[in-house]
Design a protein around this ligand. Structure first.
Ligand code: NIG
Ligand code: FE
Length: 409
């Protein structure tokens, strides 16, 4: 089996319950698709057949993980961007039939090939910055055929690119026009037909619901979660983005992998997440684009040791953001995360939010060899710089996606 030995590296292993697990003057051996050894250069194993990569003290991190995106969709919503600048709110636009519904119309119209073509540059942008795992949600089809079409595109992206794609079914994202005033029947369609069909095609890794006054209420979400549970699928949820209606508590009662957004989550309710080891996924892109002022309960999350992940939320409405590095910077600037928390948020904690922490998210013996070499020495520079891409090499599952070539330091 091919072996690669990285030598003279500064390795942010992320194998530490709170920090970066930083190892200076260290090395890492990859055997096949797996990490075979990580440790100080003094203990470096002999490996005659390995390809040797001298990292010249550069930083190595795990492949980055964007654990919440909607990057398969038709069209754009630049018109709504202008409407919001003129003073209309995200909720008002949604109530007038725009918002998610307008992307639903464009997505239904697009063929699978067209959706794929539109998604490719969005994904490529993330990959260029060292992303090796990305979650992609459905939710702009809102009927069986079109939700399945979106998830097939997500699967095709995984087949075409060297990236792990986790596919999340978000049929309960918004009420489609044909079910106006008939949410219960739509939820029945989601539960009885859409989700089981998508699952039967092997297209569902997790199930998400948008729980909000402009989307679905608690009893409706509960119906979807019960079906997810009966199919053995893990749960995620968009909650407390615009108001506090108790979505995070419901999701964590169902042992959700993550609750996402949570600006309006009450600090007193954070212990409910801690009890269930649910990850809090913060989405600074949506906070920024919607010019939100309500901050998520960061200090309560820290106090209760709730794992915090961050993600781009790449979508055409609330977060047309396709940069994981800018997401890290925004999480620090807008939410006061430390650069270390931001890096944990796109590695080990993002892996947890996808249920992948036993194989991804840190550089430890036995884990998958998803590795990024950066033209940097200091980890905090990843979150600090804006508009610079220091990614110098990417290995995914033991294979070079972007081979590392020594250049500038
Ligand atoms: O994560 N909150 C709901 N869903 C997306 C936005 C979708 C859209 O506006 O198209 C979000 O912000
Ligand atoms: Fe989202």
């Amino acid at each position: 089996m091919p072996e690669t030995l990285f030598i003279n590296a500064r390795i942010a292993t992320m194998a530490d319950p709170s920090g970066l697990g930083l190892l200076d003057n260290s090395g890492l051996l990859v055997h096949g698709d797996t990490i075979a050894w990580v440790g100080p250069m003094a203990d470096c194993p002999d490996s005659d057949d390995a390809q040797i990569i001298d990292c010249g003290s550069r930083l190595i991190t795990p492949g980055l993980i964007d654990c919440h995106t909607h990057l398969v969709y038709g069209g754009d919503r630049a018109d709504e961007f202008e409407q919001r600048l003129e003073g209309l709110s995200y909720s008002e636009i949604a109530k007038r039939g725009g918002g998610i519904r307008s992307t639903v119309a464009a997505t239904r119209e697009a063929s699978e090939a067209e959706l794929l073509k539109q998604a490719q540059p969005r994904l490529q942008q993330l990959l260029d910055e060292g992303v090796t795992t990305v979650e992609i949600k459905s939710g702009y089809g809102l009927d069986s055929q079109n939700e399945i079409k979106m998830l097939r595109v997500a699967r095709q992206l995984e087949e075409e690119y060297s990236v792990r794609v986790m596919k999340t079914f978000l049929g309960a994202h918004a009420l489609p026009e044909e079910y106006t005033d008939n949410a219960e029947d739509y939820i029945s369609l989601v539960c009885d037909e859409m989700l089981p069909q998508a699952h039967a095609e092997g297209l569902v890794d997790a199930v998400d619901v948008f729980i909000e006054s402009i989307a679905f209420d608690l009893p409706q979400a509960q119906r979807v979660f019960e079906v997810a549970k009966s199919l053995g699928l893990p749960i995620k949820a968009h909650v407390e983005q615009l108001s506090d209606i108790g979505g995070a508590m419901l999701a964590s009662e169902f042992d959700a992998l993550s609750v996402d957004h949570i600006e309006y989550l009450a600090a007193e309710d954070v212990c409910g997440l801690a009890d269930k080891n649910t990850v809090a996924v913060l989405l600074p892109g949506a906070f920024y684009v919607l010019r939100e002022t309500q901050l998520p309960p960061i200090n309560a999350l820290r106090a209760q040791a709730v794992p915090i992940a961050i993600a781009s939320d790449a979508n055409p409405g609330s977060s047309p953001l396709h940069s994981i590095l800018l997401t890290m910077n925004m999480a620090c600037t807008l939410f006061s995360l430390t650069p270390n928390e931001a890096l944990r948020g796109v590695t080990i904690n993002a892996a947890k939010a996808l249920g992948l922490e036993s194989s991804h998210g840190s550089l430890e013996t036995g884990k998958q060899a998803d590795i990024v070499i950066w033209n940097l020495h200091k980890p905090s520079l990843l979150a600090y710089q804006i508009g610079i891409n220091p990614c110098a090499g990417v290995m995914r599952a033991g294979q070079w996606r972007k081979p590392f070539k020594v250049s500038v330091v």
